[in-house]
Design a binder for this molecule. Structure first.
Ligand SMILES: [Zn+2]
Length: 118
C-alpha cells in the first residue's frame, strides 16, 4: 500500500495481464448516492414540513413577519439535512455493494474486471 498524490492507493495488479493500471469502478457507490439523494429528497419533503413548522414557531417569537421567513428557512434547512443524509447513506451502502458483491476493479490495459477479495 502506497500513498499516491496524497490519496490512499492500493497497489493492485490485473490477474489476467499483470498490468498495474487498475482503476476502481465504484459503480454501486455512485448509483447508491443518486438513489439515496433521490430517496432523501422525497423524505426531505417531510423534513421540510417539520422544519417549516419549527421555523414558523421560532419565527412567531420574532413577530408576525418572522413566521413566513422562519417557515421558509426551516423548510430549506429540513430538506437539506434529510437529503444530504440520504445521499451519504446511499453511497455508503453502494460502497459496501461494490466491495462485497461487484467486481470493483477494472484493468485499464485489457478491460478485465475483477475484485480484490481474497
Ligand atoms: Zn489486464
Amino acid at each position: 500500500m502506497t500513498f499516491n498524490n496524497g490519496k490512499l492507493h492500493m497497489s493492485l495488479n490485473c490477474p489476467k495481464c499483470s498490468s498495474d493500471h487498475v482503476r476502481k469502478r465504484n459503480t454501486a457507490m455512485k448509483t447508491g448516492a443518486v438513489i439515496g439523494a433521490t430517496g432523501g429528497a422525497i423524505s426531505g419533503f417531510s423534513g421540510a414540513l417539520a422544519g417549516a413548522e419549527m421555523g414558523a414557531l421560532a419565527g412567531a417569537l420574532a413577530g408576525p413577519v418572522g413566521i413566513p421567513i422562519g417557515g421558509i428557512g426551516g423548510a430549506v434547512f429540513g430538506a437539506l439535512i434529510v437529503g444530504t443524509a440520504g445521499c451519504i447513506t446511499g453511497s455508503r451502502i453502494g460502497g459496501i455493494v461494490d466491495q462485497e458483491v461487484l467486481d470493483n476493479y477494472c484493468c485499464v490495459n485489457c478491460d478485465y474486471t475483477f475484485n480484490n477479495r481474497s
